[in-house]
Design a protein around this ligand. Structure first.
Ligand code: ZN
Length: 443
């Protein structure tokens, strides 16, 4: 039985999403990146499992590679089980927050001034709460979606998913059997361009991540003497060279489509000869869109030596490299040429992600947005950072960032990610539930 015409169940979902987000923020799930100091993922996963079980879901709890790294997976059967399933995933962990910098305690989940406040409010306990509210509504009201939906609530995204999505994909792929497409962060949010024209950005691509270690060897010796083979000096040269290097401008289709869409709405031009200057017109968003025009390599850590008068034999640096889809081999060649054979290179990383902005799923996203915000445009874009989509791509799943939020024009949304006073508008959460519900009922 289904009550698809009845709005009462949807009202309940919109009401409870605020409390769900707030409660979830109150569970501190700080991921320091150091597996020995991560907290709360198990408690959060158990809380999610309880919320799902309460309305009749069967849930699977899995620890991904280490004790306490909790994940919860639940499947809702669709009308046509022969169709590929849709994965709705969200991570439960958050980055650290220093309470002394915040207006409210980052783990208070305070609901005030029209916002839910706290670490994770936009990254991404908002979407977790929205997904939960819709999952609960469907089960409570007997709504059968067109195809299977797999809900996954995951650990360790903030440290690359090595103890979360990546581990599950490599060790428990059967949990995602039959899944062909997925939605999650970071997309579906609105930006306001000129004259109150809103566009919603769907993430269709992500740069790849390479955390690169550079190592240079020299001859150890006494700091007082003439010395021509100093590892520290050689490393400093390499780091400076790489830090100042500009990789070539490459406009991927997702970036081109985004810029063309903005031109259509605003009339702004983005000419190739000054594309970076032109992207500045996007305001706060230009920090991220600007980073999707080229590969980047930002040195972040240096280490060498242990005493003022001892020249060490080794020096090393860490460089955070972000690589455009299709550029991985070219990036390697460019790096080798730039640094030469004496700089050893080692890296861990995750691949770029890219899909096209078309097909039935994209149409359903656009339709569910415009049903709630008529006249809004829906555009693809490339995320400069990374998400668990990188891991799900390994299973051949087509990934989108679609966590719908209608945001106030003056909110610097991208600054809230990992930022101080992270918060999400209550209205945006309710909007998100309505959009997500319609989308999942029609996909
Ligand atoms: Zn996130």
């Amino acid at each position: 039985m289904s009550d698809m015409g009845d709005g009462a169940g949807l009202l309940v979902a919109q009401d409870e999403v605020v409390e769900l987000a707030s409660e979830l923020i109150r569970i501190d799930t700080t991921n320091t990146g150091n597996p020995s100091t991560v907290v709360g993922e198990r408690a959060a996963a158990e809380w999610v499992a309880e919320k799902l079980a309460e309305v009749g879901y069967e849930t699977t709890y899995v620890e991904s590679g280490a004790k306490g790294r909790g994940n919860v997976i639940a499947r809702l059967a669709g009308a046509d089980r022969s169709r590929g399933a849709l994965l709705v995933h969200g991570h439960l962990d958050v980055v650290p927050a220093d309470p002394s910098e915040w207006s409210v305690h980052p783990f208070s989940g305070a609901v005030q001034d029209g916002y839910v406040w706290g670490r994770g409010a936009v990254d991404m306990k908002d979407m977790v709460a929205m997904s939960l509210a819709v999952a609960r509504r469907f089960k409570r009201d007997g709504v059968v979606p067109p195809r299977d939906i797999v809900f996954a609530f995951l650990a360790d995204e903030e440290a690359g998913g090595f103890f979360g999505a990546k581990w599950l994909v490599e060790n428990r792929p059967e949990l995602f059997e039959g899944v062909t497409e997925a939605i999650s962060e970071v997309g579906g949010f609105s930006i306001t361009l000129k004259d109150d024209a809103r566009a919603y950005l769907i993430e269709t691509a992500e740069k790849g991540i390479r955390w690169l270690t550079l190592r240079v060897r020299g001859t150890a010796g006494h700091g007082s003497m003439i010395h021509r083979d100093n590892a520290v000096a050689k490393l400093a040269e390499a780091v400076t060279k790489l830090g100042r290097h500009q990789f070539p401008l490459v406009i991927r289709p997702s970036v081109r489509e985004f810029l063309d869409g903005v031109t259509e709405i605003t009339g702004w031009d983005f000419p190739d000869e000054d594309i970076e200057g032109a992207v500045g017109k996007l305001g706060a968003l230009s920090r991220m869109i600007g980073a999707t025009l080229r590969d980047t390599a930002n040195p972040t850590m240096l280490s060498a030596g242990y005493k003022a008068n001892v020249i060490p034999s080794v020096a090393q640096a860490t460089v955070d490299c972000r690589i455009l889809p299709g550029r991985e081999e070219a990036f390697d060649r460019e790096l080798a040429e730039l640094l030469g054979p004496d700089v050893e290179r080692e890296w861990v990383g995750l691949p770029p992600v890219e899909t096209t902005f078309d097909g039935a799923l994209v149409d359903a996203m656009a339709a569910s947005i415009t049903a709630e915000d008529p006249g809004a445009k829906v555009l693809p874009y490339m995320l400069s950072g990374g998400t668990d989509a990188k891991s799900f791509q390994q299973l051949g799943i087509r990934n989108f960032g679609f966590a719908p939020l209608r945001l106030p024009a003056d909110l610097d949304f991208s600054a809230l990610f990992h930022g101080v006073d992270e918060r999400v508008p209550v209205d945006a959460l309710k909007f998100g539930v309505r959009v997500l519900e319609r989308f999942l009922r029609n996909s």
